[in-house]
Design a protein around this ligand. Structure first.
Ligand code: C5P
Length: 221
C-alpha cells in the first residue's frame, strides 16, 4: 500500500491522443494509447491526490477514484485544462495533443473524385506552453516523444514551455513509447540536469515521476 503522500493535492493528468474531425466520419489523430497518462492518474490517486484525468479517446478503463473528463479535440482539452488549472497543484501533460486540426470541418462526408484532395490544417494552441505562461505555484510536468535529437529537443521544450520537469522518451526504441506497457525515459530538469532511467513498467515510472514532483515541491516551499 503506497504512502498517501499526495493527499490534499489536486493533480491534473491529460492522456491519450486528441482526434481532430475532417468530416462526420473521418479524423486526424496519432498513435497514443493513453497508457502512460492512465498510469500517472492511477499512481497519483493511490497516493491520495484528487486526480482530474482529462482524456482523449482510448480503450482503457479509467482508474478507480479519479474524476474522468472525456474530450476529443485539442480545443476541448484546452478548455477543460484551463478550467481546472487555477485549483491544481500539479499538472502532468502526458496527452499526445494534435499540433494541427483541419481548418474547416465538412458538415457532410467528403465525396471522392478523380483529383487529389488537399486538407488545409490550422495550428492548435499549445496547452502546456499556455500553462507555462499562467503558472503560479503549480508544478508542470511535460512529456516528449522524440524520434531524433532526444536531449536537444527535450531541453528546448522544457525551456520554451517553462516546465519543472520533462520526461523524454525515444519512441523508436523497443519497449518505449506508444502502446507499450513499458517505457524508457530520461528526466530533464531546468538548468540542464538529466537523469536516464532504465526500461520500466509505466506504473513504476509514474511513481518515479511523482517522487520527483514531491522533491520539486519541497524545494519550492
Ligand atoms: O508535442 P510536443 O512534443 O511539443 O509535446 C510536449 C509536451 O507538450 C507534452 O507534454 C504535450 O502534452 C504538450 N503539448 C500540449 N499542447 C500541444 C502540444 C503539446 O500541451 N498543442
Amino acid at each position: 500500500v503506497p504512502e498517501k503522500d499526495l493527499s490534499g493535492l489536486t493533480v491534473i493528468v491529460t492522456a491519450g491522443p486528441t482526434v481532430e474531425p475532417i468530416d462526420p466520419v473521418r479524423y486526424l489523430s496519432n498513435r497514443s494509447s493513453g497508457k502512460m497518462g492512465y498510469a500517472m492518474a492511477c499512481a497519483a490517486a493511490r497516493r491520495g491526490a484528487r486526480v482530474i484525468l482529462i482524456s482523449g479517446p482510448t480503450s482503457l478503463k479509467p482508474p478507480h477514484g479519479v474524476e474522468l473528463i472525456r474530450v476529443e479535440t485539442a480545443l476541448q482539452m484546452y478548455d477543460a485544462v484551463m478550467e481546472h488549472f487555477p485549483g491544481a497543484d500539479v499538472v502532468v501533460k502526458s496527452a499526445a495533443v494534435a499540433d494541427y486540426r483541419p481548418k474547416a470541418v465538412s458538415p457532410q462526408k467528403i465525396k471522392k473524385h478523380g483529383r487529389d484532395l488537399t486538407i488545409e490544417l490550422e495550428k492548435n494552441p499549445d496547452i502546456l506552453a499556455e500553462l507555462g505562461r499562467r503558472k503560479k505555484h503549480q508544478i508542470l510536468v511535460g512529456f516528449a516523444a522524440e524520434t531524433e535529437e532526444l536531449e536537444t529537443n527535450a531541453r528546448q521544450k522544457l525551456e520554451s514551455k517553462n516546465l519543472d520537469l520533462l520526461v523524454a522518451n525515444d519512441v523508436t526504441q523497443p519497449g518505449a513509447g506508444f502502446g507499450s506497457d513499458t517505457n524508457i525515459a530520461r528526466l530533464v530538469y531546468p538548468g540542464g540536469r538529466t537523469v536516464p532511467l532504465p526500461k520500466m513498467d509505466k506504473l513504476l515510472l509514474a511513481h518515479r515521476i511523482l517522487d520527483e514532483v514531491q522533491a520539486l515541491r519541497k524545494v519550492q516551499q
